[in-house]
Design a protein around this ligand. Structure first.
Ligand code: MG
Length: 169
């Protein structure tokens, strides 16, 4: 049941190491690069931060609790499947996603050329219009926020609104 306020906000963060022999998957989109993101699942930092933002808006435990690394069933799992489970939890609680805003922090690879494709994929995964998806790829000028070829991190903010009630005709 919804509380009195007609919206919920959430924030999520994640960071993963870049390693050889791993696919580079971001926001459910495989991108060409000689390094990939390490992790128990496919290492998709953007979807992980997004799921934590949705769960945060619902005041539910984060993905580390929901999908523990000790569970073999989540080993190398496609994060899109984890996202589906999180979206189901949101819908069961009668909320829907209205807007997201994402920051990917990554010095290399350069992500700017890929952001239109990332936004398109996110829109389709989330059933959200592209103009409701903020997406920025930020470099950090060699500072320690993201060391080139070492790590990628992501921050996501979500806005949830009540799911419309089905009208009786
Ligand atoms: Mg993660």
């Amino acid at each position: 049941m919804n509380d009195e306020i007609p919206y919920r906000i959430g924030i999520g963060f994640d960071a993963h190491e870049l390693k050889r022999g791993r696919p580079f998957v971001l926001g459910g989109t495989p991108l060409p690069y000689h390094l990939g993101l390490s992790g128990h699942s496919d290492g998709d930092v953007l979807l992980h931060a997004l799921m934590d933002a949705i769960l945060g808006a619902l005041a539910l435990p984060d993905i580390g609790v929901l999908f523990p690394v000790t569970s073999p069933e989540y080993k190398n799992i496609d994060s899109r499947n984890l996202l589906k489970m999180v979206l189901r939890k949101m819908r069961q609680r009668k909320w829907r996603l209205a807007q997201i805003d994402c920051v990917i922090v990554c010095d290399r690879p350069k992500l700017a050329p890929h952001t239109p494709l990332l936004r398109k994929t996110l829109a389709s995964l989330l059933k959200l219009r592209e103009n409701m998806i903020g997406l920025k790829a930020k470099t950090t000028e060699g500072t320690r926020f993201a060391l080139p070829n070492k790590s990628v991190s992501a921050l996501v903010v979500t806005l949830l609104v009540p799911k419309p009630k089905i009208q009786n005709r």
